[in-house]
Design a protein around this ligand. Sequence first.
Ligand code: HEC
Ligand code: HEC
Length: 414
Amino acid sequence: MSKSSEFPVFLFGAGLLTGATLTAAVTLAGRNVNEIGDLARFAVASPAVAQIAAAPAPAAPAAAPAPAAAVVADLPQGPLGLGRPALPEEIAAWDVAVLPDGTGLRPGSGSVADGEELFIEKCAACHGDFAEGIDQWPPLAGGVGSLTDRRPVKTVGSYWPYLSTLWDYVHRSMPFGAAQTLTVDDTYAITAYILYSNGLVEDDFVLTHENFGTITLPNADGFRPDDRDVAEYPLFRAEPCMTDCRPAPEVSKRAALLAVTPTDPNGKPAGTIPAFSTASAVQSVVAPAAPAAPAAPATPAAAAADSDAALIAEGEKQFRKCAACHKIGEGATNGTGPHLNGIVGRPVGAVAGFAYSAGFKEAAAAGKVWDEAFLSAFLADPKGAMPRNKMAFAGLKKDEERAAVIAFLAARAP
Ligand code: HEC
Ligand code: HEC
């Protein structure tokens, strides 16, 4: 369909819609006058609406475009030319909000004593006689000092910043299931009782709209204005970098080192990722891993060398469990754990610049040294062998595993 043939259809549609809306407005205004006194006053107070009410109802919009157009011209126009802004009086009739500065507070009063009766009758089934909460229903009192706990207890006394929120919330939405059934004075009384339950007023206290502003809740200063528009937003507003934004990333570890890559039956990582070729952490010490058992070792010395090589190769495999935290080899640096160069025979806690735990510092002060026996005990049960240390590692439970990794550590050290 072309633009030109669409256009008249659109106009016709808009005409119908405007006509229908006006008809509705006129009917509504008329009904307001007859039926709902208050709203009718608001309606009549608006010249535009009064005018609509006075205008003859257009019988068929298409047939009587002239009066409708005249009325529409006087109305404040929304983006679609429909409706009108709500009048202040209309908003006031709906608006029950009470603000922290006291705006919206109704004149009235209520005592703790009256509040207690009302609370027990209307609220205690869920919130408890003393506002302490029942089962999963929220407590409204207590919890002071718990805000930094892992499971803070947030109540009016421990958490809420403004008393106006309490008054407003109760008046607007409690009792649960019978919202807006409380009178203004009942709401003052219940609010006073909740203050009393929180130990914030005495039992003879009477809360009124006049002394309302003198009550400051304990956590009033626990909130701060949301400053993200100045504190954070500018950080994200910089011109985005689109080219050469940062140096190319360097792969420093492979999943194979963390022992999360499945291995093939020979203990090599399955797939095509070369096991240690790119990793800075470990380079193969034992040129290619354990060879298939040689047919017949020529001499006993050669046989011993072969079994050492196998042990060290096994140790290299075990070391994958350590490599996420420890480096070893030429130029090894500290990571989560200290580098392990020369660890066999090294004094405990001896790497300069590594922040050892208190447990390690004590052992170092006592002159402990990592001989093979101590290493083995430590690796079997890190927490047991060295109390209060921070190596988050469950341990190598098998003797062979520990022997292998210690052989590897000894062989690998530069
Ligand atoms: C039938 C159970 C029930 C009754 C009765 C009841 N409440 Fe509640 N109240 C609730 C539930 C449920 C909530 C939580 C509502 C939510 O999170 O939306 C709540 C929340 C509240 C809160 C806000 C708690 C917070 O920390 O967020 C206040 C204050 C409160 N009620 C006051 C009252 C008062 C006062 C009455 C009596 C006039 C009352 N309630 C009666 C169930 C009840
Ligand atoms: C999750 C990280 C992590 C893993 C995995 C880990 N370690 Fe550690 N290791 C540490 C930390 C951290 C320390 C220092 C502990 C302290 O200060 O309490 C440490 C300390 C050590 C020490 C003492 C070093 C010194 O300077 O005194 C040795 C030896 C050691 N680890 C060996 C190993 C071995 C072998 C493995 C693997 C079988 C391993 N670690 C696995 C984090 C780890």
